[in-house]
Design a protein around this ligand. Sequence first.
Ligand code: GDP
Ligand code: MG
Length: 745
Amino acid sequence: MNGHFAPVGNGPAAKQYEHGIQVVDEEKEFNKNLNDYMIETHVAEAGFNYHLISVFGSQSTGKSTLLNHLFGTEFSVMAETERRQTTKGIWMSKNKRESAGAINGSTATTKMAENILVMDVEGTDGRERGEDQDFERKSALFALATSEVLIVNIWEHQVGLYQGANMGLLKTVFEVNLQLFLKDKQQSQTRSLLFFVIRDHIGTTPLSNLRNTLLQDLNKIWSSISKPQGLENSRIDDYFDFAFAALPHKILQPDQFLTEVAKLGSRFTAGHRSTKDQEFVGGVFLPEYHRRIPADGLSMYTEGVWDQIVNNKDLDLPTQQELLAQFRCDEISREVLVAFDSAITPLEDQQAEMLRLGKPFVLPGLGKTGRDARESCIKAFEVQASRYHKGVYTVKRGELETKMDSRLKVLYQGQLLAAHKTGVAAFSDAVTSAVKAGQKAGGSYEFAEIVEKQKRKTLEVFKKEAQSLAISNVPWSNFKSQYHLFERELDEVSARLRKEEMRRLAIRVERWVKSRLGDSIGLEFNKLGSGRGGSGAPASGEKPPTETDLWDRIWDIFTSVVKEAEDRFSERAKSFDASEGEVEVGLWRLRRKSWVALREKIDEEVMESNILMKLRENFEDKFRYDDEGVPRIWRPTDDIEGAYTKARESTLGLIPLLSRFRLAESYGPPDLIGFVGPQPAGAEPEDEEDLLPIGGVDEEEGKSLEEEMTVLSESKRQDLVVRFKKMADGVYVEAKRSAIGGMTQ
Ligand code: GDP
Ligand code: MG
């Protein structure tokens, strides 16, 4: 045997498919294993790189024998001694030869086209049997719908027998072809090649004559068929191309037969139409014959076609192609999603677990993983599915993208949520610890700078993450709004941290005010003890302090201390970018707290034990020292009583003065309301929480300004007078006694 055999498959199934596969059996059942065969023979993976040809002709005209010689197939043939039908139904086998044309030791061979699938169709000669006719018609339709090349096997002596069985079959072929064409609104129906192989060619009539006879007969048949409306004027060569070959008698001229078969085999290669005269160039496989059904969908497609034919439905190939495309695209989609799934599911699980544990976690490298998984999934889909019906493919590709994107979207949003949460926490921690470090290092740190630096850093991290998740040309993967949301939250956190920083500053300033007031106010009260309006010489030029302007001095000290504190506060607060409103609230609180601190200090000073001592010192100063500050030695002649009365009344005069915070000039309370000022609009309830009510300032508290300015209540005052008098009396008695004692000495 000439030509080279290509092994078909090597699995255990190889043996099973030795004779090819019976695509349709005698019962008109379609073989469910066709796709297995396609896979076994590696045709399934060939995309469009395969060819499908069929053979037609009367029974026992050597069709199977021809195919076996041409393609190295092993279709069963009738033993030469008996004569009965062997091929049942429709068989298919892959071409087992790689090349053809090597004749009688010549090495000049032609490489045949790859992946030629050959269909051996049951022939018929029992044309009187209605059943056979039905099968013949159905198998012809099937072969026509699927095959690029239809080999019409015919004896030489049948040529010109217009009424012969072969011509009847051709009539059927032409009719069903027109039906197919009519259904095909999109004009996707391709042409086919009718390849006449004339057997037992004796050689006396040249092939060209036989060819002309056949063409005449074909045209006759064509004109005799009833054409559907709209196609009345169609011509046979609108749908078919024709090719012819003749073979010598296999038994009588075996060598010539083999030579010619080998030559014939070399025509099963790719070919094209010459642009000049439209003549064929090369082999019989013209691109326009190909049905464009991807190899991995061929079994499904042919099954669908057969199903329609068997059930006598109008064969609608475009619809079949769309259905096939839908089915296959879904199948391919499921297949390619497996890899996507295995890349993405663990990440989804991990994210869900972290969420459940309440630990926001940014999955490392998620953007790349997701993008790669998505891309390779689409690529894989594209490779296989793009061969199918374009419209369906586009839709299914969109569906696949949507499917993946809906999962990536959830995953990415979870990722950004985690990035958001961890980012906010990191920012807050970083600012807080930088402030702490600054405080430790002596408090010279710029809060605003720390915030700005950390914000920039944190935003950069988030931005990187968001950008890493972007997929080009996928609008939902632009996470700008999440970025802005994050930035806004950082600003809110900054504001909160700044507020805390303000509180800390306020506490520091309040402490400072308290300590300053403690010293200065204490000093003012101590001056009372001297009884001569203050101790020591007053600063030159200044009016010497008197007891009556005690409150004026206290108010002055108070307001200047607070003023200084306010300056410190607002200067520092502004340095960390506090808003004017925030500063205003802080100052308002500071003034209030300072007043309360002052009141506390005053209350401390006028506590009974303290004030009584001061009054006693005041009195004793006045009573025991003369106007020059020299201590008096009482003599009996001295007007002790007069001095006593004068000093006592003078000191007693202090009590009403002390009782009320009143300025000397206006003889009224200081303008505390004006000093504190109205509550700023921006002050929040929390600002007031730790603020004690101030009489007159906070009217609704029910305490008047008058009451606020009351240092000693009426009863305390009276009590103080009584105790002071008693004490003064004691001093007087002692003085008296010492005067008398001095005399008796
Ligand atoms: P099929 O039914 O058309 O597939 O025919 P087969 O291939 O089974 O062959 C039927 C018979 O024809 C067999 O006995 C073959 O030996 C014989 N045969 C095969 N090729 C030729 C040929 O070229 N000429 C003649 N006369 N007989 C042939
Ligand atoms: Mg046969």
